[in-house]
Design a protein around this ligand. Structure first.
Ligand SMILES: Nc1ncnc2c1ncn2[C@@H]1O[C@H](COP(=O)(O)OP(=O)(O)OP(=O)(O)O)[C@@H](O)[C@H]1O
Ligand SMILES: [Mg+2]
Length: 234
């Protein structure tokens, strides 16, 4: 995928992203890391079109992320699953496909079953989110994000609400999807996973990109900021 940031600044009460400029091409799984409050989620929301930047230009695969149709070409998975609680896992997906993508009932059903099966949830399709495990619910969120055939899937700490076993389960599912050729931009604080999964890493500090490069940079940080960060994270 290709990501281009030019003069990207984002302001709430203060600037939380400050004049970011970067051009990355040819990577398929990009990880954003950094301490809490450094702007990772804000950057991810802007890259996915969920939020409009205050200033600057942002392109993903040559699409302007502020274009209204861009949102339809991406998937997003949040920290904790945001499935509709009163719908089954299957209905959570078919509803989106029918209402926002114009699928017929039958097409939506087939598509939903295909992605639930890919995420090993075929035996859970008729359950409500509260009646499945956290890992299963998070995998259903992934299935829903995938079901619209997105160009890129954005994941914001998809395992932070999960215990280590469920974390492993969800991260394994994400790795399988990468093997199938799907492209990801992910915020994660699981460094072993970032190391192993990402082919490019962006390290944020205080609203700026302090260092970026292939994951080998984690073993040999060039900036004091990344050195300090790597010493503190497990
Ligand atoms: N909707 C908002 N309104 C005002 N300030 C916000 C809003 N969202 C985020 N911020 C501020 O922007 C800064 C960056 O937040 P962001 O959520 O991007 O950080 P983060 O790196 O994802 O942190 P964490 O690791 O804790 O998730 C923080 O100082 C935060 O308080
Ligand atoms: Mg965040």
């Amino acid at each position: 995928m290709k990501i281009e940031l030019d003069g990207l600044t984002h302001r709430y009460d203060v600037d939380v992203l400050r004049d970011l400029a970067i051009s990355i091409e040819g990577y398929s799984s990009i990880a954003i890391i950094g301490v809490s409050g450094s702007g990772k989620s804000t950057l991810l929301r802007i890259l996915s079109g969920l939020e409009k930047p205050t200033r600057g230009h942002v392109q993903v695969n040559s699409h302007d992320v502020t274009a209204p149709e861009y949102r339809k070409s991406v998937g997003f998975v949040f920290q904790s699953h945001n499935l509709f609680p009163h719908l089954t896992l299957l209905q959570n997906i078919t509803l989106v496909l029918e209402k926002t993508r114009g699928f017929t009932k039958k097409e939506a059903h087939e598509q939903a079953e295909k992605y639930l099966s890919l995420l090993h949830l075929s035996d859970q399709t008729h359950k409500l989110p509260r009646n499945v495990s956290g890992g299963q619910a998070q995998r259903a969120s992934l299935a829903r994000a995938l079901s619209v055939n997105p160009e890129v899937i954005f994941l914001d700490e998809p395992t932070s609400a999960l215990d280590p076993v469920l974390t492993y389960e969800v991260l394994s599912a994400i790795k399988e999807l990468r093997e199938l050729g799907m492209e990801f931009v992910l915020v994660s604080h699981v460094m072993s996973f970032v190391h192993d999964f990402a082919d490019y890493v962006v390290f944020m500090k205080d609203g700026e990109i302090a260092e970026h490069g292939p994951p080998a940079m984690l073993d040999n940080p060039q900036t004091q900021a990344l050195k300090d960060f790597m010493e503190k994270v497990p």
